[in-house]
Design a protein. Structure first.
Length: 571
């Protein structure tokens, strides 16, 4: 569990508002003037069960949660600096009700989260439609082999990896509200230009350009969403954010079924129209995104939106609820860049390395079967239309498992137990896949491959996990990119596990996947004990200090982010 442990918080709420005096409080008069707080969320439980219980509370009761801003001393320690764009809405005495907060969160979901999903949907159309193109003789038309296809996927991932951190740094400087739409417009032009592919060289070039221009999109959006949501709300939103990935796969299968019927129209192959039409759709979304992404919670007014999205009251609630949940979000302005020194310091944060390693390896056991799903279906004798439609069940299954794991991580408040499920899911299915031979029924093979590719997608949970354990805007900005760089590096590796000479059963490749899956189970268990021991050590040190020593630490420490002794890691 991630948390800050201000030394006053454990008794101050009860003592201040029960009439009992707290001899540590410098100004009883000041405290008596403070309006009361709501019942701490932790008292009614966390996760889904806690949310269900809170749904029955009096909606007009105070929802404002206890935080470091409730005490004059810690309030000054964590007070937002003047350069923070929302400082003018910061108010430690602000109070609001559950009714107001619930209504506001719903508005954020409709205004911000929904469009984030639309943008991700467009991204996935452009980066995954090559899978549908493969069902329409894409490789033979360009005179390429599956090894060329692997190389194209590797170049895409390498370019994606290279662009991650630079893109995040540009986004931090100019603002994700400007950079994200710009990315979309530029990559959509490259995507639709695939209509004119002429051979291996043009294919490899466009795959590299697409990867480079799309790299950084996901951490940019995650950073943007963190401006509006608390740390407990973000993981579930990220899960729904990745739901658009599966919706894109399902919708694109139907789109491809129709668009590929244009094969031969004006003498062009159907896959060419697929790239052209879906790329044009992304271009439209990119242009609209310039209008749909305001810079931040208090900056939603524009010439075409003179009243903005939120009222003055809602802006106060939005800013203060996010800062009460995570005071570090006021560390930097949303147009403030990072120095080279700050980047290097974030990269040296060894406390984040276990999550980076999991990012590198967690998708390897299921990545190759997923990449080769449509090609495998064609090898099994299914035609173009059948191959596209038969990918839908695995997408539906994956969508359901994604939401299940996201909610599970909050219900049990454990990242490791919710993410290790992917490895436990894949292991027996890979064993079955390894035992198949040329006599295996095509429908049995299809059933197993569908289950493998319908795996529990735990990547959104791990993105939120990395963000939560970073605990500062500086490290969060870098760690989001570094984590995704490791994910892309893993994708480069697994894109080359299935080789042409190993086709069609890929025995050697599946044996490698079994070994990696077993290794991952050990890595997850090790990560659990790594963060648990870190928290226990900090608990020991913190509890051994007197209240005066704890106060002195808070006022004088130079520790930042997750280095602070009052910070606890999620695991």
């Amino acid at each position: 569990m991630t948390t800050i442990l201000p030394f006053l918080q454990e008794t101050s709420v009860q003592e201040r508002y029960s009439g009992e005096k707290d001899d540590r409080t410098p100004s009883p008069t000041l405290n008596e003037q403070k309006p009361p707080l709501g019942i701490p969320v932790d008292n009614v439980g966390g996760g889904l069960w806690g949310r269900l219980k809170r749904s029955y509370v009096d909606l007009d009761s105070i929802a404002t949660q206890p935080s470091v801003f409730d005490d004059p001393i810690t309030c000054e320690v964590y007070r937002p600096p003047p350069q923070y764009e929302n400082t003018h809405k910061f108010d430690p005495d602000a109070r609001w009700t559950w009714r107001e907060e619930k209504k506001l969160v719903r508005k954020i979901d409709w205004r911000v989260m929904l469009w984030a999903g639309v943008m991700f949907f467009a991204l996935d159309l452009d980066r995954n439609n090559i899978s549908q193109a493969n069902t329409d003789n894409f490789l033979p038309d360009l005179g390429m082999t599956t090894n060329d296809y692997n190389l194209g996927n590797s170049l895409f991932r390498i370019a994606f990896l290279i662009a991650e951190l630079p893109s995040q740094l540009v986004s931090k400087r100019v603002g994700p509200d400007v950079w994200i739409p710009f990315q979309m417009v530029v990559w959509s032009i490259v995507a639709l230009s695939q209509f004119w592919l002429s051979g291996r060289a043009s294919f490899l070039l466009t795959r590299f350009l697409l990867g480079f221009l799309q790299g950084g999109f996901i951490p940019d959006v995650v950073l943007y969403l963190s401006y509006f949501y608390t740390k407990n709300e973000l993981p579930i939103r990220l899960a729904f954010f990745w739901v658009s990935n599966y919706i894109a796969v399902i919708v694109s299968a139907f789109l491809a079924t129709g668009i590929l019927k244009l094969d031969g129209f004006r003498g062009h192959a159907g896959w060419r129209y697929l790239f052209l039409i879906e790329g044009a759709g992304t271009l439209l979304v990119g242009i609209c995104s310039f209008l749909m992404l305001p810079p931040g919670p208090t900056q939603t007014k524009a010439w075409f939106r003179p009243k903005g999205w939120f009222t003055e009251r809602e802006e106060v609630i939005l800013v203060n609820r996010v800062l009460r949940d995570d005071p570090s979000k006021s560390d930097m302005h949303n147009r403030q860049g990072l120095s080279v020194r700050a980047i290097w310091k974030a990269l040296q944060d060894w406390r984040m390395w276990p999550i980076y390693i999991l990012g590198l390896t967690h998708m390897m056991p299921v990545g190759p079967p997923q990449n080769y799903l449509t090609l495998s279906l064609r090898h099994l004798g299914f035609n173009t239309t059948q191959s596209n439609l038969l990918t839908i069940p695995s997408s539906v299954l994956g969508l359901l498992m994604l939401l299940f794991c996201a909610y599970l991580s909050e219900i049990i408040n454990s990242r490791v137990f919710a993410t290790i499920i992917l490895q436990l899911w894949a292991l027996p299915l890979l064993v079955a896949l390894y035992t198949f031979n040329a006599q295996t029924s095509q429908w049995v093979y299809y059933a197993v491959v569908t289950l493998i590719t319908g795996f529990p997608y735990v990547h959104p949970i791990q993105v939120g996990w990395a963000s939560r354990n970073s605990y500062s805007v500086r490290t969060r900005t870098v760690s989001a990119s570094v984590y995704n760089m490791f994910v892309q590096a893993g994708a480069v590796a697994y894109a080359n596990i299935y080789r042409t000479k190993d086709a069609p059963l890929y025995k050697n490749g599946n044996r490698a996947l079994l070994g990696i899956c077993s290794m991952n189970i050990v890595l997850y268990i090790g990560t659990y004990f790594f963060y648990k021991s870190m928290n226990k050590r900090r608990d020991r040190i913190w509890s051994a200090w007197s209240k005066e020593q704890q106060q002195e630490y808070l006022e004088t420490t130079r520790d930042e982010g997750n280095q602070r002794l009052d910070f606890r890691f999620a695991y």
